[in-house]
Design a protein around this ligand. Structure first.
Ligand code: GLU
Length: 447
């Protein structure tokens, strides 16, 4: 009797499965770590320091919902490929689930889980009325055409169905996605509504283009927030950003905007590293480099700066380091190389636990992710409010409100760090836990 083909062989004849994800951390120790487990350890430390009650610890130990969809999308060749998409809804006690959608070949369930949890604490720390969620599709947008990305986005949105909504779960851009991705999501979601309700659901996503109902200042918001965060640290430490030397890892939306804004404030960009390579120079022009990266896909080959190794990049003498790429980039090895005073985490989870230990022992201050990159979701909140009220604020209003949010969060985080004698990362989580715990204390757990 002929042997039956293995089931995956039949699947491959129609859909081409994507390669298994590569380990994410490029750092010495990051490749081995589970992002969600690492997050839980940090959370545990904050809970211990803060005296979080067992009921709240339990609820926050896992996301509330994990939605996984496997969906086909047609490639330009006419072939179909099967993609895996995630939307993990961590917590919604403080408001609708909120968080970005990531397109990357590194996307895994554990990664999205960790990122969804970070959103809960980020929104709680920033005191905006949202919970936390995160989504992702495992794909490499760098090798997909615009049409392929559109088909993937629309099909993913369709398959998420009523798991998202302007009062329920509100996606936004993240790594590998942008305003155009959000417009496709919005349009697909809108077209599934009754025609009389379409315009009432624009707020289903934030980070949209201005023409689709986005907010001015949203595109640069995370980078702007990074600089506002740094400004608070500079004020507290009597440090002038004018003339400060800085390096940036990752030159996408967050890294490039942070670099442009900081250099306008007098900062001097002396090194940039990304997935294509590393460059260093005495004064890199971030505007020019951003144009080069947009045209060439990365910093490699940028003729106006010397190329250097990843280790050389980490060892550059500077005042400020802005990681704005993937998680687990600063392990113990990198933390020993760094010659900066302060790290402003534009990325989510860029430092490994071993990296944190080294940084602490070397007296390098960390402005942690949930504080330092909170500008993105804060302006997402402003966009959502504008959509609800049919208003459109000007840039001055958006930036003024954003700065106030970051100033307020910084003061609370620093007061907590002093009160509990813990690093900023633990203090930021503890501030968020205060707010979540207060809400659970009032409302109890149903039924
Ligand atoms: N993806 C961004 C983050 O990690 C923004 C999320 C949002 O605006 O909802 O914070």
């Amino acid at each position: 009797m002929a042997k039956k083909p293995a089931s995956n062989v039949r699947v491959q004849s129609r859909f081409t499965p994507i390669d298994p994800p590569k380990p994410v951390g490029d750092s010495s120790d990051g490749g081995e770590l589970n992002f969600f487990e690492v997050h839980l350890e940090q959370l545990h430390r904050a809970m211990e320091a803060n005296g979080t009650v067992p009921k709240v610890r339990l609820v926050l130990s896992e996301p509330k919902n994990e939605i996984i969809v496997n969906f086909p999308a047609m490639m330009d060749s006419g072939e179909y490929r099967l993609f895996t998409g995630y939307r993990i809804q961590h917590n919604n006690i403080l408001g609708p689930y909120k968080g970005g959608i990531r397109y990357s070949e590194h996307v895994t369930r554990e990664e999205v889980k960790a990122l969804s949890a970070l959103m809960t604490y980020k929104c709680a720390l920033m005191q905006i009325p949202f919970g936390g969620a995160k989504g992702g599709v495992r794909c490499n947008p760098r090798v997909l055409s615009r049409n392929e990305v559109e088909r993937i986005t629309r099909r993913f949105t369709h398959d998420l169905g009523s798991n998202i909504g302007p009062e329920y779960d509100i996606p936004a851009p993240d790594m590998g996605t942008n305003a155009q991705t959000m417009v496709w999501m919005m349009d697909t979601y809108m077209n599934g509504q009754d025609i009389t309700k379409k315009n009432a659901v624009r707020g289903v996503v934030t980070g949209k283009s201005l023409t689709a109902g986005g907010s001015v200042g949203r595109e640069k918001a995370t980078g702007q927030g990074v600089v506002f965060a740094l400004d608070e640290w500079a004020d507290e430490n009597n440090f002038s950003l004018d003339g400060a030397r800085f390096t940036v890892q990752g030159f996408g939306n967050v890294g490039s905007h942070a670099a442009r804004i900081l250099s306008k404030a007098g900062g001097i960009l002396v090194g940039v590293s990304d997935h294509t390579g590393s460059i260093c120079d005495e004064n890199i022009d971030p505007e020019e480099l951003a144009a080069y990266v947009a045209a060439n896909g990365g910093v490699a080959g940028y003729a106006k700066a010397a190329s250097c190794t990843r280790d050389d990049f980490f060892g550059l003498a500077c005042d400020v380091f802005i990681p704005a790429a993937l998680e687990f980039q600063i392990g113990a090895h990198e933390a020993k190389l760094l010659r900066c005073r302060v790290i402003v985490e534009g990325a989510n989870g860029p430092t490994t636990p071993a990296g944190d230990v080294v940084l602490e022992s070397r007296g390098i201050t960390v402005l942690p992710d949930i504080f330092a990159n909170g500008g993105g979701v804060v302006v997402s909140y402003f966009e959502w409010v504008q959509n609800r009220r049919s208003e459109s604020w000007d840039l001055k209003e958006v930036d003024t409100r954003l700065r106030a949010k970051i100033q307020d969060a910084y003061a609370r985080m620093r007061a907590k760090a002093t009160a509990l004698a813990v690093p900023n990362r633990i203090a930021a989580l503890a501030c968020a836990l205060d707010r979540l715990q207060a809400s659970y204390a009032e409302r109890g757990i149903f039924p």
